[in-house]
Design a protein around this ligand. Structure first.
Ligand code: NAD
Length: 86
């Protein structure tokens, strides 16, 4: 799951784990925190979805991807629109 340390991920990851899924979280922790999933048995990839090598490592042998990582501050995206399109 990209962005798994964020607001939605902190709820969705435990739901998936409770259903027996194994979960990897790829998050750059720019907003989210490992603390949001404290005690959850997830495999962490701390990195950026714009980093191809990190993404390739994170998706190796996975069966599905939930993509949540995104800059979610409207103000930040208005101040720096290019940041959201890289
Ligand atoms: N929360 C809502 O009500 C809501 C509503 C509609 C859509 N969404 C969408 O759902 C997604 C998740 O929302 P959220 O509320 O959990 O946001 P959030 O900001 O809490 O979580 C986003 C996570 O993505 C991570 N992230 C940001 N940029 C990254 C990057 N380049 N590489 C790796 N990780 C990165 C952040 O560290 C954070 O943990 C977003 O795409 C958002 O636009 C959310």
């Amino acid at each position: 799951m990209t962005g798994g340390a964020g607001f939605i991920g902190a709820t969705l990851v435990p739901m998936l784990l409770a259903r027996g899924y194994r979960v990897r979280v790829l998050d750059n922790l720019s907003v989210g925190s490992k603390q949001a999933l404290a005690g959850s048995d997830v495999e962490w990839f701390v990195g950026d979805i714009r980093d191809r090598a990190v993404v390739e490592a994170a998706v190796e042998n996975v069966h599905g991807i939930v993509h949540l990582a995104a800059p979610t501050s409207v103000i930040d995206s208005q101040l720096d629109p290019c940041m959201t399109s890289k």
